[in-house]
Ligand binder design. Structure first.
Ligand code: TYM
Length: 358
Protein backbone atom coordinates (compact mmCIF):
# COMPACT_ATOMS: atom_id res chain seq x y z
CA UNK A 1 0.00 0.00 0.00
CA UNK A 2 1.19 3.49 -0.79
CA UNK A 3 2.70 5.37 2.18
CA UNK A 4 1.64 8.99 2.64
CA UNK A 5 3.10 11.52 5.08
CA UNK A 6 2.22 15.14 5.72
CA UNK A 7 2.36 17.67 8.50
CA UNK A 8 1.25 20.96 9.92
CA UNK A 9 3.35 23.38 11.94
CA UNK A 10 1.94 24.84 15.17
CA UNK A 11 3.11 28.42 14.63
CA UNK A 12 -0.39 29.89 14.54
CA UNK A 13 -4.06 28.96 14.44
CA UNK A 14 -4.91 26.77 11.45
CA UNK A 15 -6.33 28.68 8.50
CA UNK A 16 -8.72 28.10 5.65
CA UNK A 17 -5.58 27.77 3.47
CA UNK A 18 -4.32 24.84 5.57
CA UNK A 19 -7.73 23.24 5.37
CA UNK A 20 -8.49 23.64 1.66
CA UNK A 21 -4.88 23.16 0.51
CA UNK A 22 -4.08 20.15 2.66
CA UNK A 23 -6.07 18.90 5.67
CA UNK A 24 -9.45 18.36 4.00
CA UNK A 25 -7.86 16.15 1.35
CA UNK A 26 -6.01 14.15 4.02
CA UNK A 27 -9.35 13.37 5.64
CA UNK A 28 -11.49 12.88 2.56
CA UNK A 29 -9.05 11.00 0.34
CA UNK A 30 -5.61 10.10 1.66
CA UNK A 31 -6.49 8.31 4.88
CA UNK A 32 -8.88 6.02 2.95
CA UNK A 33 -6.56 5.17 0.08
CA UNK A 34 -3.13 5.02 1.65
CA UNK A 35 -1.21 4.03 4.72
CA UNK A 36 -1.09 7.60 5.96
CA UNK A 37 0.70 9.50 8.74
CA UNK A 38 -0.20 13.06 9.74
CA UNK A 39 2.09 14.91 12.06
CA UNK A 40 1.98 18.04 14.19
CA UNK A 41 5.51 19.15 13.43
CA UNK A 42 6.27 21.02 16.63
CA UNK A 43 10.07 21.05 16.25
CA UNK A 44 9.56 23.22 13.16
CA UNK A 45 7.73 25.78 15.31
CA UNK A 46 10.98 26.49 17.16
CA UNK A 47 12.73 27.87 14.07
CA UNK A 48 11.32 31.37 14.65
CA UNK A 49 10.83 33.42 17.85
CA UNK A 50 8.41 31.45 19.93
CA UNK A 51 6.64 31.40 23.24
CA UNK A 52 6.85 27.89 24.80
CA UNK A 53 3.36 27.98 26.28
CA UNK A 54 1.86 29.10 22.97
CA UNK A 55 3.59 26.33 21.02
CA UNK A 56 2.19 23.78 23.49
CA UNK A 57 -1.32 25.22 23.21
CA UNK A 58 -1.17 25.43 19.43
CA UNK A 59 0.15 21.86 19.16
CA UNK A 60 -2.77 20.56 21.20
CA UNK A 61 -5.19 22.70 19.22
CA UNK A 62 -3.75 21.53 15.88
CA UNK A 63 -4.10 17.88 16.94
CA UNK A 64 -7.70 18.50 18.00
CA UNK A 65 -8.47 20.30 14.75
CA UNK A 66 -6.98 17.53 12.62
CA UNK A 67 -9.27 15.05 14.34
CA UNK A 68 -12.20 17.48 14.09
CA UNK A 69 -11.51 17.74 10.36
CA UNK A 70 -12.15 14.03 10.04
CA UNK A 71 -8.80 12.29 10.49
CA UNK A 72 -9.71 8.94 12.00
CA UNK A 73 -7.06 7.20 14.13
CA UNK A 74 -8.47 3.84 13.04
CA UNK A 75 -7.53 4.72 9.46
CA UNK A 76 -4.36 6.77 9.83
CA UNK A 77 -1.61 7.67 12.30
CA UNK A 78 -1.81 11.10 13.97
CA UNK A 79 1.13 12.09 16.16
CA UNK A 80 3.45 14.83 17.39
CA UNK A 81 6.90 15.07 15.79
CA UNK A 82 8.87 15.62 19.01
CA UNK A 83 7.42 12.38 20.45
CA UNK A 84 9.38 10.38 17.90
CA UNK A 85 13.17 10.86 18.23
CA UNK A 86 13.84 9.45 14.77
CA UNK A 87 13.05 12.78 13.08
CA UNK A 88 15.89 14.62 14.80
CA UNK A 89 18.20 11.60 14.52
CA UNK A 90 17.73 11.38 10.79
CA UNK A 91 17.89 15.11 10.28
CA UNK A 92 21.52 15.15 11.34
CA UNK A 93 22.47 12.46 8.84
CA UNK A 94 20.73 14.38 6.06
CA UNK A 95 22.63 17.53 7.05
CA UNK A 96 25.72 15.53 6.14
CA UNK A 97 24.29 15.00 2.65
CA UNK A 98 22.78 18.46 2.01
CA UNK A 99 24.87 21.52 1.13
CA UNK A 100 24.66 24.99 2.60
CA UNK A 101 24.13 26.46 -0.89
CA UNK A 102 21.09 24.28 -1.32
CA UNK A 103 19.66 25.52 1.96
CA UNK A 104 20.26 29.18 1.19
CA UNK A 105 18.37 28.85 -2.09
CA UNK A 106 15.12 27.81 -0.40
CA UNK A 107 12.47 30.47 -1.09
CA UNK A 108 10.79 30.21 2.31
CA UNK A 109 14.12 30.61 4.09
CA UNK A 110 14.99 33.68 2.06
CA UNK A 111 11.61 35.31 2.64
CA UNK A 112 11.39 34.52 6.33
CA UNK A 113 15.02 35.43 7.05
CA UNK A 114 14.62 38.74 5.21
CA UNK A 115 11.46 39.54 7.19
CA UNK A 116 13.16 38.70 10.45
CA UNK A 117 16.22 40.80 9.66
CA UNK A 118 14.03 43.72 8.58
CA UNK A 119 12.48 43.66 12.05
CA UNK A 120 15.95 43.87 13.51
CA UNK A 121 15.91 40.29 14.78
CA UNK A 122 18.43 37.53 14.31
CA UNK A 123 17.82 34.40 12.25
CA UNK A 124 17.94 31.05 14.00
CA UNK A 125 20.25 28.48 12.44
CA UNK A 126 17.35 26.04 12.57
CA UNK A 127 15.45 28.21 10.08
CA UNK A 128 18.20 27.49 7.57
CA UNK A 129 18.22 23.75 8.25
CA UNK A 130 14.42 23.48 8.50
CA UNK A 131 14.02 21.81 5.07
CA UNK A 132 16.45 19.07 6.11
CA UNK A 133 14.33 18.28 9.15
CA UNK A 134 11.30 18.27 6.87
CA UNK A 135 13.11 15.83 4.55
CA UNK A 136 13.80 13.64 7.59
CA UNK A 137 10.09 13.73 8.51
CA UNK A 138 9.26 12.38 5.09
CA UNK A 139 12.12 9.93 4.50
CA UNK A 140 11.97 8.26 7.93
CA UNK A 141 8.71 6.59 6.92
CA UNK A 142 9.55 5.35 3.44
CA UNK A 143 7.00 7.85 2.16
CA UNK A 144 5.82 7.59 -1.45
CA UNK A 145 3.59 10.67 -1.62
CA UNK A 146 3.42 13.98 0.28
CA UNK A 147 0.09 15.83 -0.05
CA UNK A 148 0.87 19.53 0.46
CA UNK A 149 -0.14 23.00 -0.71
CA UNK A 150 1.77 24.82 -3.38
CA UNK A 151 4.19 26.54 -0.99
CA UNK A 152 5.79 23.27 0.13
CA UNK A 153 6.72 21.79 -3.24
CA UNK A 154 10.29 23.14 -3.21
CA UNK A 155 10.85 21.49 0.18
CA UNK A 156 9.53 18.16 -1.08
CA UNK A 157 11.82 18.48 -4.12
CA UNK A 158 14.73 18.84 -1.70
CA UNK A 159 13.64 15.68 0.13
CA UNK A 160 13.68 13.88 -3.21
CA UNK A 161 17.17 15.16 -4.01
CA UNK A 162 18.54 14.18 -0.60
CA UNK A 163 17.00 10.70 -0.78
CA UNK A 164 18.43 10.07 -4.23
CA UNK A 165 21.86 11.42 -3.25
CA UNK A 166 22.02 9.35 -0.07
CA UNK A 167 20.94 6.20 -1.93
CA UNK A 168 23.52 6.77 -4.62
CA UNK A 169 26.36 7.33 -2.16
CA UNK A 170 25.57 4.86 0.57
CA UNK A 171 23.14 2.30 -0.83
CA UNK A 172 19.40 2.08 -1.17
CA UNK A 173 18.15 3.42 2.18
CA UNK A 174 15.23 5.70 1.23
CA UNK A 175 12.15 5.76 -0.95
CA UNK A 176 12.25 8.83 -3.21
CA UNK A 177 8.96 10.67 -2.43
CA UNK A 178 6.85 12.90 -4.64
CA UNK A 179 4.70 15.93 -3.82
CA UNK A 180 0.96 15.89 -4.54
CA UNK A 181 -0.70 19.30 -4.74
CA UNK A 182 -4.39 20.06 -4.32
CA UNK A 183 -6.23 20.62 -7.63
CA UNK A 184 -8.15 23.74 -6.61
CA UNK A 185 -7.00 25.95 -3.70
CA UNK A 186 -3.40 24.74 -3.72
CA UNK A 187 -2.58 28.33 -2.76
CA UNK A 188 -5.28 30.26 -0.93
CA UNK A 189 -4.32 33.94 -0.84
CA UNK A 190 -4.63 36.53 1.90
CA UNK A 191 -7.99 38.32 1.54
CA UNK A 192 -6.40 41.73 2.21
CA UNK A 193 -3.35 41.11 0.04
CA UNK A 194 -4.27 38.62 -2.66
CA UNK A 195 -0.72 38.49 -4.00
CA UNK A 196 0.54 36.81 -0.82
CA UNK A 197 -0.35 33.46 0.64
CA UNK A 198 -2.87 33.19 3.48
CA UNK A 199 -0.32 32.14 6.11
CA UNK A 200 -1.09 31.30 9.74
CA UNK A 201 2.00 33.04 11.10
CA UNK A 202 1.34 36.32 9.29
CA UNK A 203 0.23 39.41 11.14
CA UNK A 204 -2.62 40.48 8.90
CA UNK A 205 -5.60 39.07 10.84
CA UNK A 206 -8.39 40.58 8.70
CA UNK A 207 -7.07 38.83 5.58
CA UNK A 208 -6.87 35.40 7.19
CA UNK A 209 -9.82 33.11 7.84
CA UNK A 210 -9.05 30.82 10.77
CA UNK A 211 -10.76 27.45 11.11
CA UNK A 212 -12.15 28.51 14.47
CA UNK A 213 -13.46 31.94 13.38
CA UNK A 214 -17.12 32.47 14.30
CA UNK A 215 -19.51 32.60 11.30
CA UNK A 216 -19.95 36.36 11.60
CA UNK A 217 -16.22 36.92 11.68
CA UNK A 218 -15.85 34.79 8.54
CA UNK A 219 -18.60 36.78 6.81
CA UNK A 220 -17.00 40.09 7.76
CA UNK A 221 -13.54 39.03 6.54
CA UNK A 222 -14.84 37.72 3.21
CA UNK A 223 -17.16 40.70 2.58
CA UNK A 224 -14.21 43.05 3.19
CA UNK A 225 -11.83 41.12 0.93
CA UNK A 226 -9.80 43.34 -1.37
CA UNK A 227 -11.03 42.96 -4.93
CA UNK A 228 -9.74 44.46 -8.14
CA UNK A 229 -10.53 47.75 -9.83
CA UNK A 230 -12.65 46.20 -12.61
CA UNK A 231 -16.33 45.36 -12.29
CA UNK A 232 -16.74 42.13 -14.18
CA UNK A 233 -16.30 38.82 -12.40
CA UNK A 234 -13.58 37.15 -14.45
CA UNK A 235 -11.14 34.42 -13.43
CA UNK A 236 -7.67 35.82 -14.06
CA UNK A 237 -5.04 35.03 -11.44
CA UNK A 238 -2.49 37.45 -12.83
CA UNK A 239 -4.60 40.54 -13.43
CA UNK A 240 -7.49 39.98 -11.01
CA UNK A 241 -5.91 38.13 -8.09
CA UNK A 242 -8.51 39.21 -5.51
CA UNK A 243 -11.49 37.97 -7.50
CA UNK A 244 -9.61 34.85 -8.62
CA UNK A 245 -8.92 34.02 -4.98
CA UNK A 246 -12.59 34.31 -4.05
CA UNK A 247 -13.59 32.17 -7.03
CA UNK A 248 -11.06 29.51 -6.02
CA UNK A 249 -12.23 29.49 -2.42
CA UNK A 250 -15.86 29.24 -3.54
CA UNK A 251 -14.97 26.46 -5.99
CA UNK A 252 -13.02 24.53 -3.37
CA UNK A 253 -15.88 24.84 -0.87
CA UNK A 254 -18.66 23.88 -3.28
CA UNK A 255 -16.84 21.36 -5.48
CA UNK A 256 -17.12 23.68 -8.50
CA UNK A 257 -14.70 25.12 -10.99
CA UNK A 258 -13.47 28.73 -10.65
CA UNK A 259 -13.63 29.44 -14.36
CA UNK A 260 -17.21 28.20 -14.68
CA UNK A 261 -18.28 30.03 -11.51
CA UNK A 262 -17.01 33.34 -12.86
CA UNK A 263 -19.84 33.28 -15.42
CA UNK A 264 -22.47 32.94 -12.70
CA UNK A 265 -21.83 36.29 -10.95
CA UNK A 266 -22.54 39.79 -12.15
CA UNK A 267 -21.20 41.68 -9.14
CA UNK A 268 -18.35 41.31 -6.68
CA UNK A 269 -20.86 41.72 -3.85
CA UNK A 270 -22.87 38.65 -4.89
CA UNK A 271 -19.68 36.61 -5.29
CA UNK A 272 -18.48 37.62 -1.82
CA UNK A 273 -21.81 36.81 -0.22
CA UNK A 274 -21.93 33.29 -1.65
CA UNK A 275 -18.25 32.70 -0.88
CA UNK A 276 -18.76 33.75 2.74
CA UNK A 277 -21.74 31.41 3.15
CA UNK A 278 -19.87 28.54 1.47
CA UNK A 279 -16.93 28.97 3.85
CA UNK A 280 -19.23 29.15 6.89
CA UNK A 281 -20.88 25.88 5.81
CA UNK A 282 -17.55 24.12 5.24
CA UNK A 283 -16.26 25.17 8.65
CA UNK A 284 -19.44 24.43 10.60
CA UNK A 285 -19.00 20.64 11.06
CA UNK A 286 -15.29 21.07 11.88
CA UNK A 287 -16.09 23.63 14.57
CA UNK A 288 -18.90 21.49 16.02
CA UNK A 289 -16.63 18.46 16.26
CA UNK A 290 -13.81 20.58 17.67
CA UNK A 291 -16.09 21.71 20.48
CA UNK A 292 -16.94 18.09 21.32
CA UNK A 293 -13.31 17.01 21.28
CA UNK A 294 -12.26 19.88 23.54
CA UNK A 295 -14.55 18.39 26.16
CA UNK A 296 -12.60 15.12 25.96
CA UNK A 297 -8.88 15.96 26.12
CA UNK A 298 -8.03 12.44 27.31
CA UNK A 299 -9.25 11.06 23.97
CA UNK A 300 -6.95 13.40 22.02
CA UNK A 301 -4.01 12.53 24.28
CA UNK A 302 -4.66 8.83 23.79
CA UNK A 303 -4.70 9.25 20.00
CA UNK A 304 -1.35 11.07 20.13
CA UNK A 305 0.19 8.48 22.44
CA UNK A 306 -0.86 5.55 20.25
CA UNK A 307 0.10 7.45 17.11
CA UNK A 308 3.62 8.12 18.39
CA UNK A 309 4.10 4.46 19.33
CA UNK A 310 3.03 3.36 15.87
CA UNK A 311 5.15 5.99 14.13
CA UNK A 312 8.21 5.08 16.19
CA UNK A 313 7.87 1.45 15.17
CA UNK A 314 7.83 2.46 11.51
CA UNK A 315 10.65 5.01 11.58
CA UNK A 316 13.11 3.21 13.82
CA UNK A 317 14.28 0.49 11.39
CA UNK A 318 14.57 2.94 8.48
CA UNK A 319 16.68 5.39 10.47
CA UNK A 320 18.80 2.62 12.04
CA UNK A 321 19.56 1.28 8.56
CA UNK A 322 20.56 4.75 7.37
CA UNK A 323 22.94 5.08 10.37
CA UNK A 324 24.61 1.83 9.42
CA UNK A 325 24.72 2.68 5.73
CA UNK A 326 26.49 6.00 6.28
CA UNK A 327 29.24 4.32 8.27
CA UNK A 328 28.27 4.58 11.94
CA UNK A 329 29.08 1.64 14.15
CA UNK A 330 25.99 -0.32 15.17
CA UNK A 331 25.21 -0.45 18.89
CA UNK A 332 25.42 -3.94 20.32
CA UNK A 333 23.04 -4.37 23.22
CA UNK A 334 23.94 -6.55 26.20
CA UNK A 335 20.96 -8.87 25.91
CA UNK A 336 22.00 -10.15 22.53
CA UNK A 337 19.22 -8.59 20.50
CA UNK A 338 21.45 -5.91 19.01
CA UNK A 339 21.98 -5.58 15.32
CA UNK A 340 25.43 -7.10 15.02
CA UNK A 341 24.59 -8.42 11.58
CA UNK A 342 23.74 -5.01 10.19
CA UNK A 343 27.13 -3.38 9.77
CA UNK A 344 26.32 -2.12 6.28
CA UNK A 345 23.44 -1.76 3.87
CA UNK A 346 24.48 -5.08 2.39
CA UNK A 347 24.46 -6.47 5.90
CA UNK A 348 20.71 -6.32 6.41
CA UNK A 349 19.80 -2.60 6.38
CA UNK A 350 18.63 -0.67 3.33
CA UNK A 351 15.56 -1.88 1.51
CA UNK A 352 15.11 -4.79 3.90
CA UNK A 353 14.58 -2.34 6.75
CA UNK A 354 12.36 -0.13 4.62
CA UNK A 355 10.16 -3.04 3.71
CA UNK A 356 10.00 -4.24 7.28
CA UNK A 357 8.92 -0.75 8.37
CA UNK A 358 6.14 -0.79 5.80
P1 TYM B 1 2.28 24.58 7.19
O1 TYM B 1 2.03 24.30 8.61
O2 TYM B 1 2.67 25.95 6.79
O3 TYM B 1 1.01 24.19 6.34
C1 TYM B 1 0.36 22.93 6.45
C2 TYM B 1 -0.19 22.53 5.09
O4 TYM B 1 -1.10 23.53 4.62
C3 TYM B 1 -0.71 24.00 3.33
N1 TYM B 1 -1.01 25.43 3.24
C4 TYM B 1 -1.72 25.99 2.27
N2 TYM B 1 -2.34 25.46 1.19
C5 TYM B 1 -3.02 26.32 0.39
N3 TYM B 1 -3.11 27.66 0.62
C6 TYM B 1 -2.50 28.22 1.68
N4 TYM B 1 -2.61 29.52 1.90
C7 TYM B 1 -1.77 27.37 2.57
N5 TYM B 1 -1.06 27.59 3.70
C8 TYM B 1 -0.60 26.40 4.09
C9 TYM B 1 0.79 23.75 3.27
O5 TYM B 1 1.24 23.66 1.93
C10 TYM B 1 0.91 22.43 4.01
O6 TYM B 1 0.64 21.34 3.16
N6 TYM B 1 6.84 22.75 6.27
C11 TYM B 1 5.45 22.41 6.41
C12 TYM B 1 5.17 21.40 7.49
C13 TYM B 1 5.94 20.14 7.35
C14 TYM B 1 5.68 19.09 6.45
C15 TYM B 1 6.65 18.08 6.74
C16 TYM B 1 4.73 18.90 5.45
C17 TYM B 1 7.01 19.79 8.12
N7 TYM B 1 7.44 18.53 7.76
C18 TYM B 1 6.69 16.90 6.01
C19 TYM B 1 4.78 17.70 4.71
C20 TYM B 1 5.76 16.73 5.00
C21 TYM B 1 4.67 23.66 6.77
O7 TYM B 1 5.21 24.63 7.23
O8 TYM B 1 3.33 23.53 6.60
Amino acid sequence: MERVFSGVKPTGHLTLGNYLGAVRRWAEVDQHRADALFCIVDLHALTVDHDPGRVRRLSRQAATLLLASGLDPRLCTVFVQSHVDEHARLSYLLECVATDGEMRRMIQYREKAARQRARGGSVRLSLLTYPVLMAADILAYGTDRVPVGDDQTQHVELARDLAARFNQRYGQAFVVPRAAKAGVAARVMNLQDPRSKMGKSDDSGPGIVYLLDEPDVVRRKVMRAVTDSGREVVYDRERRPGVANLLEILAACTGGNPEALSGVYETYGALKKDTAEAVVEVLRPVQDRHRELCADPAYVEGVLRDGAARARGMARPVVDAAYRAIGLLPQVSGDGDGDEGGGSVEGGGGLGALNAAR
